[in-house]
Design a protein around this ligand. Structure first.
Ligand SMILES: NC(=O)C1=CN([C@@H]2O[C@H](COP(=O)(O)OP(=O)(O)OC[C@H]3O[C@@H](n4cnc5c(N)ncnc54)[C@H](O)[C@@H]3O)[C@@H](O)[C@H]2O)C=CC1
Ligand SMILES: O=C(O)C1=N[C@H](C(=O)O)C[C@H](O)C1
Length: 265
């Protein structure tokens, strides 16, 4: 039986890629999209390259009240709306697969509680690219040996959240193995505010935003006489689609919140 999917953010860089992927998969059926405009139109009327008369809703409640056979919501919009959509889906018993970044820790905890209460799964993946997941895992391994580490993430300049969801997740994974240490000189002073980046338990996180970039991250470890750099580049958003597909399938079997692809690969 096909998995019925709703996509939020179908005109976006990720959403449009997800629309193509879902339409090309035999086992998936795209039943509706959530867009902040174009309510009442069909997908093919707003994206000429798409050959599907899928209805568009600007309100997720209306969508999920009317579309009775939805299995999975794929959320790829913006943090505020993304949180609202995810919560609404869970309340309707629909399993969310969320790529949208920028949710707070409290929001993640609330979604976990809600999904458990509804006895359904919810996957939030800060990065769907297998290479990025491996970069994070390798960084976590290296952190046992190198407590001094800087995370440098680089993205296109239309990104709303900083640091990236991937950088936050990387810092969390590194923290599981790293001995807490205030890095740099104990008496160092910033003569330009922000020069040393954001601080997570004494490690530093830097966000670069430039046109021309897609999604890139370097994790640089340093110790006496050596550095180790673990680097990942997404040069095309196709890099994320195998992960989205995998999560659509896996979320049907999971329970509660799964935060990060590394937990289910
Ligand atoms: N987990 C992952 O692997 C990845 C996650 N992302 C995240 O996915 C999200 C989307 O990224 P992009 O596609 O690059 O952004 P984008 O700006 O290209 O697309 C966002 C889309 O959301 C739409 N939108 C805004 N408010 C909305 C609402 N209330 N309802 C429905 N749609 C609404 C916008 O019109 C836009 O089309 C971001 O949070 C980004 O960080 C991006 C790439 C990979
Ligand atoms: O906004 C993006 O583009 C990306 N966002 C995600 C993040 O915040 O980590 C994943 C990837 O880096 C691309």
């Amino acid at each position: 039986m096909a998995i019925n999917v709703v996509i939020a953010g179908p005109r976006g860089k990720m959403g449009s890629e997800a629309v193509k992927m879902v339409l090309n998969e035999e086992d998936f059926r795209l039943v509706a999209c959530i867009d902040r405009k174009n309510d009442g139109k069909t997908l093919n009327s707003i994206i000429s390259s798409v050959d599907a008369t899928v209805p568009i809703y600007d309100d997720i409640e209306t969508c999920l009240d009317q579309q009775k056979e939805v299995d999975v919501l794929v959320e790829l919009s913006v943090p505020e709306a993304g949180y609202k959509h995810t919560k609404c889906a869970i309340n309707h018993g629909i399993r969310p697969v969320v790529g949208t970044t920028g949710f707070t820790e409290n929001q993640l905890a609330e979604l976990d509680e809600l999904a458990k209460k509804q006895n359904i799964g919810c996957i939030i993946a800060p990065n769907f690219a297998i290479g990025a997941v491996l970069m994070m895992k390798f960084a976590k391994m290296a952190a046992s040996y190198f407590p001094d580490v800087d995370i440098i993430e680089k993205h296109h300049d239309n990104k709303l959240d900083a640091p990236s969801g991937t950088a936050i997740k990387t810092a969390e994974l590194i923290s599981e193995n790293r001995t807490v240490k205030q890095q740099g000189h104990p008496e160092e002073k910033e003569t330009l505010t922000g020069a040393r980046g954001a601080d997570v338990d004494g490690m530093k996180v830097h966000s670069i935003r430039l046109p021309g970039l897609v999604a890139h991250q370097e994790v640089i470890f340093g110790s006496a006489g050596q550095t180790l750099t673990i680097k990942h580049d997404s040069i095309d958003r196709a890099s994320f689609m195998d992960g989205v597909k995998f999560c659509i399938e896996r979320v049907l079997e999971s329970k509660g919140l799964t935060y990060g692809l590394e937990n289910i690969l």
